[in-house]
Each structure stands twice: as structure tokens, then as C-alpha cells.
Design a protein around this ligand. Structure first.
Ligand code: ADP
Length: 160
């Protein structure tokens, strides 16, 4: 039977405990999940692509069914290239829904039937976003409650 591969695309700038929770909850649904950093040349990132990929590798190191990759241009074309028929995304609130709905409809058309599987964020993670974590880091506060324990952010005291 064909391997069920899902791509979890994002910026992961940086990866948060919310992202990790989503991947863990989605693992029973797929044979393999590819956490893929989308490279958008017009977007400004706080952390370099290399740094973000290194963190993803560290966080998912112990899970053989999770792979880490990066891609340029359209997510749907990347999925087709690697033989993934599913996309994984999280929904935290109504604005995530509004945004994701259009993207998922477009990906279905452009990607020749790619289905996006959405998981609703768990209540304890639904307030966590990379944007908030970046602000905490830039503001010099402790971001450790929001980032996976496997990684350490430069300038931040490592989690115990
Ligand atoms: P993007 O730049 O594409 O928004 P992100 O790295 O911010 O990428 O997020 C990638 C995906 O992870 C999105 O589907 C987002 O909804 C989901 N996500 C982010 N934070 C959480 C969270 N706390 N709980 C569940 N899903 C989340």
C-alpha cells in the first residue's frame, strides 16, 4: 500500500511546543510526516534557515517517522515532487481558519487533489505562536515555557 506522507509546512521561526504537539498528535494518522521549512525570499526571519533546520532536527531526532526538510516556491509542488498527498496544519482560532481555508482550497487545485488535514490546537497551546515567542526573545524575557526543551536559543538561559 502507498505510504501516507504528510508535509507540515511552516516558518518555524522558531519551533514552539505548539508545533511539536501538533506533529505528535498527527503521527498516528500518517506513515511519515515531513516538517518542511518554506523559504519565502520576501519574508524577514529572526533566525537563519540553518538554525531553524538544526532545531527541527534536534527536536525530532528520536522519532524516525518524522523527517525535516526545506523547500522553495509552492508548497503544493513540493508535495507532488516528494509524493506527499497530505498537508498538516494547525488551527488556533478563527483567523487561522479564514486564512487556512483559502490556502487549503488553492493547494487542492494546484496540487492535484492534495488534502489538508487540520488539527485544532489544544487549549493549553492555542495562545502560542512563533510571533509571540520572537517578541519574548527580542524583549529579553524567558521563552522556555514555549519552546521545546531539546533546543536552546542563543542568549536565553537553557531549560533545566
Ligand atoms: P506559517 O509561517 O506558515 O504560519 P508557522 O511556523 O507559524 O508557519 O506555523 C506552522 C503551522 O503550525 C500552522 O498551521 C500553524 O497554525 C500551526 N501552529 C502554530 N502554532 C501552533 C499551536 N500553538 N498549536 C497548534 N498549531 C500551531
Amino acid at each position: 500500500m502507498e505510504k501516507k506522507i504528510a508535509v507540515f509546512p511552516g516558518s518555524f521561526d522558531p519551533i514552539t511546543v505548539g508545533h511539536v504537539d501538533l506533529v505528535k498528535r498527527a503521527l498516528p494518522l500518517f506513515d511519515e510526516i515531513i516538517v518542511a521549512v518554506g523559504i519565502n525570499s520576501t519574508k524577514k526571519y529572526l533566525f537563519s534557515l540553518e538554525q531553524r533546520l538544526e532545531w527541527l532536527h534536534q527536536v525530532f531526532e528520536a522519532e524516525p517517522r518524522v523527517k525535516v526538510d526545506s523547500f522553495q516556491n509552492l508548497t503544493a509542488h513540493y508535495c507532488q515532487r516528494i509524493g506527499a498527498r497530505y498537508l498538516l496544519r494547525g488551527l488556533r482560532n478563527a483567523s487561522d481558519f479564514d486564512y487556512e481555508k483559502t490556502i487549503s482550497q488553492l493547494n487542492h487545485i494546484v496540487g492535484g487533489g492534495i488534502e489538508t488535514v487540520f488539527l485544532i490546537a489544544q487549549p493549553e497551546y492555542s495562545h502560542i505562536s512563533s510571533t509571540i515567542v520572537r517578541e519574548i526573545i527580542i524583549g529579553g524575557a524567558d521563552a522556555s515555557p514555549f519552546i521545546p526543551r531539546e533546543i536552546s536559543i542563543p542568549g536565553q538561559v537553557p531549560a533545566k
